[in-house]
Structures are given as structure tokens and as C-alpha cells.
Design a binder for this molecule. Structure first.
Ligand code: ARG
Length: 587
């Protein structure tokens, strides 16, 4: 079952081949995209503009040649040349009707599996133990989960890996804090909070007081050399933190396939560094062991070099510090080995904020020097800002705790429920508020371009107007209410469709595009492509619904409109599901 884009691409390709000119690249694939302004048609291609130069023609002249050779009578009315040489296509009513019939009767709603299914490991969320999850973890957690859902739906084997930070110096700091500053009462009331307090107290002293610094490092060494008391404490901290995180994951509906964490790789670090040394990938430098540039890359693309005062100087990736300790990079290199050799992942996505971009560029360069055969990608994202455009803080000035943020979202969603839902029981209202509140936080995240910073605004994300979860959920509920009115959630709808009114056509074309959009999300790991599509679909549906009465009509018109409502409903629910948002059936 080909999407309209795929069908047009195929036909264009055939027409272009007929030109039989050796200047046309052998595997040329024309690009076809949905038009942004439907007055110019539904789809367009810039193939003529792309090829004209090769053929020594003007783009418009070539477009005319291509159109002469095109066989698309079954799909569109006469394709037109527009502007500098675009070829515009307006899809014929019966082609839309048969595509709608295909989509609405297929459980995948017109979305094909990925043509190249592979094993993809997604490293996301990955909080550090002894610290509660805070607002900064929300982006990684929500984006990573969405990519995992989309990947699975497209037929990839996805491993969701929560690479928790459960090893190294911070743990030594908390153990030292525990032994010297524990407030037992505070610990009994809120263990995660007390662990955080210990960590924060010690972290300050660690930087300013050499004795504390030394004592913490000794605790770290003791832990890493397997001391029983330290390990017991470490396990306890880990359980406490992870049970707090688990509550958040449960509430968000997020499941991981594996949570090995940094500690799992501890015994692999020594042998790894030996291997790097013996293969001459790393070398000793000032007592530390480092990977330097091997000058295979152009300096400006080499993350192991930096330009200072007009000269390229090394910024090596340190894999063993002077004091013999391994670090974050060493663990990440060992982690790649495990993921590639044991798990056999072909692609590894790191959903981590952009402040770590140098770390990942260096990590990937080390992997390149080691000839690791996998596709590694840093799916990076920006910061969450408050209304003042500064990093989002609580009123007291601290970084908001994630569970408190989710609770506040649900509390605030109650206002939306009060405004919209007067026919629900108290229990139903609670359920709707939960779905809207959690949905709002997720949607606010996923509707942003991930690379940019965004402003976390309660009013905006919970508004019933605009590109928000409440708006999307309301649209879905509206599609459902039609079927409630006829007292049948899945009425018999026949294949006999007649799409004639402009707004019928508009919603139908949008529905045909679902299969095109979902396939695109993973090409640059951008969930906001899907959010934008769903928002446009919901808007198009609203105008269709206003202009085209459904229940007062009969015959083919009613059948067609019911089919469009039902398909919209299914696509909205499915698409929101890929974003990890589960709308209620009524509100
Ligand atoms: N625990 C790290 C942090 O909170 C994130 C880990 C990301 N994953 C990785 N493989 N480095 O900064």
C-alpha cells in the first residue's frame, strides 16, 4: 500500500527515465512533498528544478517535458507548472476515496513499516542516583520514550536503556555525607530529599575543602574496591532513588527494557584502557591516559582538536585520570562495546541535553578510531526556561522536582475539566485530569523543535486553544461524541465514498498524509513533526465539522462524512499514542 507521495515519486521517476538522457543520475529519486498552500495543489515536486542544469534546459521547459511523459491520469488532474519550475499535483477525488478506504480499513492507518528494520538502542532519561529526578530530566525522558514508541511501531527492534549514573565520585560524596552529616529524622520523612541535601552539602565542601575532597575520593575508592559496608549503602541509595524514579515512570507510562547503569561497566574499564593503549589508540600523557586526534579528520571536524590563537591544539579524551580513576568517557566507551557486541545494536541514540555535545562528539570519534560498526547519534536538546527566559526554577529558586511538576500539571488540569466536563462522575473527572495534565507536559515538550530552548508555561500548555494537549484531546473527544450521538461506536461504513466539498477534501488529504509523516520522524528524530501534523489535522477537522453536517445527512454523503470522522478519530488517537499521550474517550 503506497502513500500518495510514494505513488507520485514512482510515476515521476518513470517519466524522467523516459527522457533517456545520460545526464540523469541512474538512481535519481524525485522529491515530492505536500504543498503548504493547497490552492496550488496537494503535492509538488522540484524535480525539474533539480535536474534542469544537468540537461541544459530551463526548469520550466523540463517540467513541461516531464509532464508530457507522466502517466498519472488515475491519480491526478492535469499536473501544472508553477513558479520557477515546480510541478504541482491535485489528487483526483476517486484516488483520495480509494486511499481513504485503504487507510480506514487497515490497523496501521496507512503507515508502512520501515524498509530497513534494525536494532536501535535508545539511551534516555538516565538520571543519577542519590538525586531526585528534576525538571531537566523531563526532556530526555519524554523524547526518548516517544522515539522508542515510533521505532517499535515502524518495525524496529528497540531497546529502551535507562543508563543511570550510579557510580563514581558523586556516590563517594553521598557516602561521606551519610557518615558525617546525616539527619536521620529528615531521612525517615523523605529519604530522597535527604540524600539530595547530603549530596549538595558535600559537593560544596568538596570543591573548597581539600580534606573533604580527599575523604570523598577515599569513599569512592572503597566502594569501587568492593567494601561491603560501602556496597550496602550504595544499594540502599540506589533502591531509594530508583523507587522514586519508578513512580514517575509509572505515572508517565514509561517502560525500560534495561537499566544496567554505569556501575555495570566498572570491571570492564581497566581492560578497556589496556586495550586502547596496546592498540595505540590511547597514550599516556602527564600521567593520564588519553585519546588524541589521529589527524584523519579535517581539524574543524575533529572534536579532539580546538583552535586557539589561530592554532589547532589537542583537547584529548581522557580515559584514565592521573590518580588512576576512570571517568564518564571511559564508561561510555565500554558501554558502546556492550551495546554493539552483546546487544548487537546497529544504531545507538543518546537522548541527552546539548551541554554534553563535546562529550558525545569525542566519544563518537573514539568509536570511529576503534572502527566500531554502529551508527551513533546524539539526539540533543536545549534547556527548559521559565517565563523570565532563564532556566526554569521554583518560586524558592531551586530546580523543580519532577514528581511535583507532574502533580501540579494534574492539579491545574482540573480547571480544564471543570470548564469542559459537567457530565462526568468525580472518578471520571479525576481520570480525565490525569490524562490531560500528563498529556500537557508531554505535548508541550514534543511539540517543540527539540534543539531549541523552550519556555515552560503552565497557562500555555493547559490552554484549550492553540497547539496544546487539551486542544488535541478535545478534538479527539469531539470525534468520539459523533459516534456516541448515533449510539454506535463503530457503525457499518461502506466503501462508497464521495468526497466533494472542499473541507471534506481537505480533511481526507490530511488523513492520507499520516503514513508519510510517521515515516519521517526517525529520519532526524523529531517528534514535533508528528505533533505539528496532528495539530493541523485537528484544525482541519474542526473546520470540516463546522462546514459539513454529518448526522443530518443521509446516503453516500453521510457514509463519507462518517468515514472521515472515524478515520480522523483513529489517526488522532494513534498519533497521540505515539507521542505517549492517551486521550480519554469523553470529557
Ligand atoms: N547520567 C547522565 C546525566 O545525568 C546522563 C547519561 C546519558 N547517557 C550516557 N550514555 N552518557 O548527565
Amino acid at each position: 500500500m503506497l502513500t500518495l507521495t510514494q505513488q507520485l515519486t514512482e510515476r515521476l521517476g518513470e517519466a524522467i527515465q523516459k527522457i533517456q538522457d545520460s545526464n540523469i543520475p541512474e538512481k535519481y529519486s524525485a522529491s515530492v512533498t505536500a504543498t503548504t498552500d493547497t490552492r496550488f495543489g496537494d503535492y509538488q515536486s522540484n524535480a525539474a528544478m533539480a535536474l534542469a542544469k544537468n540537461l541544459g534546459m530551463s526548469p520550466r521547459e523540463l517540467a513541461a517535458n516531464i509532464i508530457d511523459l507522466l502517466e498519472v491520469e488515475d491519480l491526478c488532474k492535469n499536473p501544472e507548472i508553477a513558479g520557477p519550475g515546480f510541478i504541482n499535483f491535485r489528487i483526483k477525488g476517486n484516488a483520495i476515496e480509494s486511499r481513504i478506504n485503504e487507510i480506514r480499513t487497515c490497523s496501521r492507518l496507512g503507515v508502512e513499516n520501515s524498509p530497513v528494520p534494525e536494532k536501535i538502542l535508545i539511551d534516555f532519561s538516565s538520571p543519577n542516583i542519590a538525586k531526585p529526578m528534576h525538571i531537566g530530566h523531563i526532556r530526555s525522558t519524554i523524547i526518548g520514550d516517544c522515539l522508542a514508541r515510533v521505532g517499535r511501531f515502524l518495525g524496529h527492534e528497540v531497546i529502551a536503556d535507562n543508563h543511570i549514573g550510579d557510580w563514581g565520585t558523586p556516590i563517594g560524596q553521598v557516602i561521606y555525607g551519610w557518615k558525617n552529616h546525616l539527619n536521620e529524622k529528615a531521612f525517615d520523612t523523605d529519604p530522597v530529599k535527604e540524600l539530595l541535601r547530603l549530596y549538595q552539602t558535600i559537593k560544596e565542601q568538596f570543591d573548597s575543602d581539600p580534606d573533604v575532597n580527599k575523604a570523598c575520593l577515599e569513599e569512592t575508592v572503597r566502594l569501587q574496591s568492593g567494601d561491603k559496608e560501602s556496597l550496602d549503602l550504595w544499594n540502599r541509595f540506589k533502591d531509594i532513588t530508583m523507587s522514586g524514579s519508578q513512580k514517575i515512570y509509572d505515572r508517565l507510562g514509561i517502560v525500560f527494557d534495561t537499566t544496567l547503569g554505569e556501575s555495570f561497566y566498572d570491571d570492564k574499564l581497566g581492560p578497556l584502557v589496556d586495550e586502547l593503549l596496546s592498540k595505540k589508540i590511547a597514550q599516556e600523557s602527564d600521567g593520564a591516559v588519553c585519546v588524541f586526534s589521529n589527524n584523519e579528520l579535517e581539524p574543524k571536524h575533529d572534536p579532539l582538536l580546538v583552535k586557539r590563537d589561530g592554532e589547532w591544539i589537542p583537547v584529548p579524551c581522557i580515559v584514565r585520570k592521573k590518580d588512576g580513576a576512570f571517568n564518564y568517557a571511559t564508561t561510555d566507551i565500554a558501554t558502546i562495546d556492550h551495546r554493539v557486541n552483546e546487544i548487537e545494536a546497529k544504531t545507538i541514540l543518546y537522548v541527552v541535553d546539548d551541554r554534553q555535545s563535546l562529550h558525545f562528539r569525542q566519544l563518537f570519534e573514539v568509536a570511529r578510531q576503534r572502527k566500531i560498526n554502529a551508527n551513533l547519534k546524539h539526539v540533543s536538546f536545549g534547556k527548559i526556561l521559565g517565563d523570565d527566559k532563564k532556566p526554569f526554577k521554583t518560586r524558592e529558586g531551586s530546580v523543580p522536582d519532577l514528581s511535583a511538576v507532574l502533580q501540579e500539571a494534574v492539579d491545574r488540569a482540573q480547571n480544564v475539566v471543570e470548564e469542559k466536563s459537567n457530565n462526568l462522575s468525580e472518578e471520571e473527572k479525576e481520570n480525565v485530569a490525569e490524562r490531560i495534565g500528563i498529556g500537557a507536559v508531554k505535548y508541550a515538550e514534543l511539540s517543540q523543535a527539540r534543539v531549541s530552548d523552550y519556555v515552560f508555561s503552565w497557562d500555555k500548555m493547559l490552554s484549550l486553544q492553540g497547539n496544546t494537549a487539551p486542544y488535541m484531546i478535545n478534538a479527539y473527544v469531539r470525534t468520539k461524541s459523533i459516534f456516541r450521538k448515533i449510539g454506535n461506536d463503530s457503525p457499518e461504513i461502506s466503501e462508497e465514498l464521495s468526497i466533494s466539498a472542499d473541507s471534506e477534501r481537505a480533511i481526507a488529504i490530511k488523513l492520507c498524509q499520516y503514513g508519510e509523516i510517521v515515516l519521517e520522524i526517525l529520519s532526524d528524530h523529531r517528534p514535533n513533526i508528528l505533533a505539528t501534523y496532528l495539530y493541523e489535522l485537528a484544525q482541519t477537522f474542526h473546520s470540516f465539522y463546522e462546514q459539513c453536517p454529518v448526522l443530518s445527512t443521509e446516503g453516500t454523503t453521510r457514509n463519507t462524512r462518517l468515514a472521515l470522522c472515524q478515520t480522523t478519530s483513529a489517526v488522532l488517537k494513534h498519533g497521540l499514542g505515539l507521542l505517549g499521550i492517551f486521550p480519554p474517550e469523553k470529557m
